[in-house]
Design a protein around this ligand. Sequence first.
Ligand code: MN
Ligand code: MN
Length: 264
Amino acid sequence: MAIALIGLPTDRGSSFLRGCAGGPAAIRAALHGGSSNLFAENGVDVGAVLVDAGDLALDGTPGEIDAITAGVAAQLALGHEVIALGGDHAVTYPVLRAVAAAQPGLSILHFDAHPDLYDSYDGDRYSHACPFARIMEDGLARRLVQVGIRADTAALRAQAARFGVVSVGMDRLGELPGLLPDGPVYVSIDLDGLDPAYAPGVSHHEPGGLSTRQVIAAIHALAGPVIGGDIVELNPVRDVNGMTAMVAAKLLRELAGTMRRPGR
Ligand code: MN
Ligand code: MN
């Protein structure tokens, strides 16, 4: 079974700045830039398991939500697993609709500065501030663990309680090992979960965040099979020397390598 890499070049759901539509191209350029190789740290040759499915043609209208679900479902129907490259975080809901249909009972490990649990944001229920509200309403995840949260509000805390979300804020990161989901896990990486010192190329800088190594260690620590994921919110317009694109490419290698780790 191959892992299909599918680009979702959209910033339709972005509430503050445009630019994330350039994310897939920047991540691919970093991945294949020649300054590193395609091996994950566990020895898996990611170049041998990834199949690049290209970018979906997205038109920036609300209908692209359904186009994303259909595009991901088409890759799953070919027998592939999927890693999606955003695009803003609004893509995760339509991606999950397809993945959860193929894999009921999955859990989600979600890295982010923000819970993305608003019922609606600026009048848009499909904003990048809302995907996990839609996911939990639809029952697409058995368990949602959010890591790196540090821009919470009272309304968001109420939403987290309503949906039974496990929120691991930066102030309780030490508890993460005991809170990681088991069973099949989908990993959603919003690059603003990392500290802006590691990942400046995002629309929403929120200082006090995760290190690249903390994200990698959490992915490596997952006990169950990792069955897919996404890397979102890279905004190349805001990047510095391509360093955030390189972080995204590194996390892509580690995510794919974990999906194919030896002995599983
Ligand atoms: Mn997000
Ligand atoms: Mn975020």
